[in-house]
Write a protein that binds this ligand. Structure first.
Ligand SMILES: Nc1nc2c(c(=O)[nH]1)N[C@H]1C(S)=C(S)[C@@H](COP(=O)(O)OP(=O)(O)OC[C@H]3O[C@@H](n4cnc5c(=O)[nH]c(N)nc54)[C@H](O)[C@@H]3O)O[C@H]1N2
Ligand SMILES: Nc1nc2c(c(=O)[nH]1)N[C@H]1C(S)=C(S)[C@@H](COP(=O)(O)OP(=O)(O)OC[C@H]3O[C@@H](n4cnc5c(=O)[nH]c(N)nc54)[C@H](O)[C@@H]3O)O[C@H]1N2
Ligand code: SF4
Ligand SMILES: [Mo]
Length: 688
């Protein structure tokens, strides 16, 4: 076994982060003593974030789950007894068989996300198991689906500019992304561009770490980005800064867009966004006159009611200036499409007895658990912590409290969600597994092989779902494959030409293998949009009842600089709860080292908003709306426009440092992609 020795082992960061760093794990006496970056990784080049530098604190944490557990107390109370794997598997399969017989298999729901990005962990044996079971299907739309839908409406393909090329840009716009915290190697590349004279502009709702590093920060009101993009287009068309040859050759609908942009005058856009008209002019000129410009589209601006359209509108900008023909020009939202693997072979939808099974949106898990007709009776949570990360958290909690709901949670820790489980299964960490990783940002595929033995009774997702599949009596062949066989199947996918030449053998030899990027050279000639062109006008959106052209639509809780009190749910302040620097979603929130680096949860409030409420710096406040209330410390600072309050990070409950932002967030779905609308929440704040 690989993990039997001591020394330095190559590894891959498994976290849901675009960088997917190559790591080196130093091991002594069976324990990790150091985690550092692998200098041989061509993009991440030996640099890693502070979170993962301290990964050993999490891997060897004294509170790691080591045995299967059965609940003995009330749901949420946290009282459990140890049981054996045999008992756990028998109880799960026995209950699932009974539920399937009494209520149909669709009464069982998997709930997972990307707590571990390994293909085998979250898109392999697990999916096979729920397919063979015929469970309800989960729409995994909590992260980027609004933006991906918006991007695809314009570009067709889930991929854009290559990160390594962006060093050639003269102007870099980071739009709704906090890359200093969430994509640090893009910052390294932007720094290289900057040394050559490039300017970095940040467009965000608060002066985050990235804005502090940038050359120019433009604060705007939440959810108004489509208006800003249209305002820039207005100026580009007006001042002849567009590339008409490019528009004719590669785009559809540029005349309609020219018309549409006409009404988005700088003054009108200024009143919507809060950005002075002069700055909108300056930004459009800077962008339009740049030789090579690159836009990094973050996730922040798509977690809104109008999130799909925000991304869609911005994704039209590079076409106006012909930037797609420049090396390092263009934009990127996600590059996940380049590394797409053979999901049919991995997930085996052919095993499903009910191909048209009902779908449940993970953002609406609270509502789904309320249903009394065709109720969800069995829930299997893995690689996710829905009690903390899903919107409208009190509704979610009420669902998990249901006595008649049978819940299994597979995790490394007793998360807030695990406390509500009937059965808890202990999970291995990535360093104890074999797995395959692609990145949704750079172009390298990587292999993880075990560095450590599994502690206690921990099992990987792959092992758990193989065991369950066999115990249920499902297709023996599908549930007996080895990890390496599945990796080979994942990579054997002629439909994705970028995967050409990537093989298990090469991965074992080289650890990281670059995708074959040759097809990208002719990417503009073969866009998978209905017209084959960049669709500035989208018939598909029109057919779906959405505006076919980029359009600004206000948020539903009625805030665009002006409060709209006629709306029932409207409170006077926009509440934005983006990730923090030292956690990864809710991962690390329970690790003392990372808590210490983050200090404590807080609410950032503008001096004007604070003064109007008698709130001083450090005061204890209550933040509330119709969905619930949280108690937190206020920090008075002018990092955002008045009317917006910010609380970063997803903290667990308890241990005196709780924050539970999602008590306040809506479970409405976005305009496109059925995505989450975490940041389209309004609140009031009062002194406690
Ligand atoms: N350190 C760290 N890194 C992470 C994560 C983490 O939790 N911590 N999470 C990972 C995951 S899963 C993801 S999806 C990515 C997310 O990382 P990013 O793509 O950076 O997205 P967010 O951090 O969600 O939001 C980015 C910024 O958008 C701003 N924003 C909110 N609303 C708007 C708006 O309407 N317009 C504009 N222009 N800006 C707005 C927020 O204030 C925030 O500063 O990061 C990944 N990396
Ligand atoms: N308010 C607000 N809410 C948000 C966001 C926000 O910005 N604001 N961001 C949203 C976004 S973008 C995302 S992606 C989601 C993320 O939400 P989640 O995907 O739920 O992310 P985590 O909170 O990191 O939880 C992952 C869990 O998986 C477990 N895990 C790790 N590896 C394994 C494994 O190999 N096997 C098993 N069984 N378990 C494992 C970890 O211990 C952890 O408890 O949160 C969303 N929620
Ligand atoms: S969290 Fe992101 S930056 Fe940190 S080591 Fe992992 S992939 Fe790299
Ligand atoms: Mo995410």
């Amino acid at each position: 076994m690989k993990h039997s020795g001591e020394g330095i082992f190559p590894a891959v960061c498994p976290l849901d982060c675009p960088d997917t760093c190559g790591l080196l794990v130093h091991k002594k006496n069976g324990k990790i003593v150091k985690v550092e970056g692998n200098p041989e990784h061509p993009v991440t080049r030996g640099a890693i974030c502070n979170k993962v530098r301290h990964m050993a604190e999490r891997i060897h944490h004294p509170e790691r789950l080591l045995n299967p557990l059965r609940r003995t107390g009330a749901k949420g109370e946290g009282k459990f007894e140890e049981i054996s794997w045999e008992e756990a598997i028998a109880e799960i399969t026995g209950t699932f068989k009974k539920l399937a017989a009494d209520y149909g298999p669709e009464s069982i729901l998997p709930y997972s996300f990307y707590g571990n990005m390994g293909v085998l962990s979250v898109e392999g044996m697990d999916r096979r198991f729920f397919n063979a079971l015929g469970s309800s299907l989960l729409d995994r739309t909590i992260c980027n689906s609004a933006g991906t839908a918006g991007w695809k409406a314009t570009m067709g393909f889930n991929g854009g500019a290559s990160p390594e090329d962006t060093v050639n840009a003269d102007v870099i716009i980071v739009w709704g992304g906090n890359i200093v915290s969430t994509n640090m190697h893009q910052v390294v590349l932007a720094e290289q561009a900057r040394k050559r004279g490039a300017q970095v502009v940040v467009i965000d709702v608060h002066r985050n770490r990235t804005a502090q590093w940038a050359d120019w920060f433009l604060p705007l009101y939440p959810g108004t980005d489509a208006a800003l993009a249209l305002g820039m287009m207005h100026i580009l068309f007006r001042d002849g800064l567009t590339d008409e040859d490019f528009l004719k050759r590669y785009t559809l609908g540029y005349e309609e867009l020219r018309q549409q942009a006409m009404s988005y005058t700088p003054e009108m856009v200024s009143s919507i966004t809060g950005i002075p008209a002069g700055d909108i002019e300056k930004l459009a000129k800077l962008y339009g006159e740049a030789e090579t410009s690159y836009i990094h589209i973050g996730n922040g601006l798509q977690h809104h009611d109008n999130g799909g359209m925000n991304v869609r509108s911005i994704s039209c900008l590079p076409a106006l200036t012909g930037q797609w023909l420049k090396t390092g020009g263009g934009a990127s939202k996600s590059n996940g499409g380049y590394g797409a693997m053979n999901s049919r072979a991995l997930e085996r939808p052919d095993l499903r007895p009910n191909p048209r099974a009902r779908r449940i949106n993970m953002n609406r898990i609270g509502e789904a658990l309320e249903r009394t007709e065709h109720p969800v009776k069995g829930l299997f949570v893995y690689c996710s912590n829905p009690l903390v990360v899903a919107p409208d958290a009190e509704r979610v909690r009420a669902g998990f409290e249901r006595e008649d709901l049978f819940t299994v949670v597979h995790d490394l820790f007793m998360t807030d969600t695990a406390r509500y489980a009937d059965i808890i299964l202990p999970a291995t960490s990535t360093f104890e597994n074999t797995d395959l990783y692609s990145s949704y940002w750079h172009h390298y595929i990587q292999l993880q092989e075990p560095v450590l033995p599994a502690p206690g009774q921990c099992k990987s997702n792959f092992e758990v779902f193989s065991l369950l599949g066999k115990a249920m009596g499902f297709d023996a062949e599908a549930f007996s494959q080895t990890e390496e066989e599945m990796i080979q199947e994942a990579l054997s996918y002629p439909r994705n030409p970028y995967l050409n030449g990537v093989s298990l053998e090469r991965l074992k030899e080289e650890r990281h293998v670059k995708l074959d990027m040759t097809p990208k050279q002719t990417f503009l000639d073969n866009l998978p949009t209905p017209s084959g062109k960049i669709e500035l006008y989208s018939k598909s959106l029109e057919l779906a009842g959405l505006p076919p052209l980029p359009t600004y639509t206000p948020l539903k809780e009625g805030y665009d600089g002006i409060r709209r009190p006629e709306l029932e749910d409207a409170y006077p302040l926009m509440f934005i709860s983006p990730p923090n620097h030292n956690f990864l979603n809710s991962t690390f929130s329970n690790v003392a080292k990372h808590q210490g680096m983050e200090k404590e949860p807080m609410l950032q409030i503008h001096p004007e908003d604070a003064a109007a409420r008698g709130i001083t710096d450090g005061a204890d406040v209550t933040v509330f709306n119709g969905r619930g209330r949280i108690e937190i410390k206020a920090r008075v600072m002018d990092k955002m426009l008045p009317g917006t309050v910010i609380s970063q990070g997803l903290w667990w409950e308890g241990k005196g440092r709780s924050q539970r932002s999602n008590v306040l967030t809506p479970d409405r779905l976005s305009d496109m992609g059925n995505g989450a609308t975490f940041f389209s929440s309004t609140v009031e704040v009062e002194l406690r």
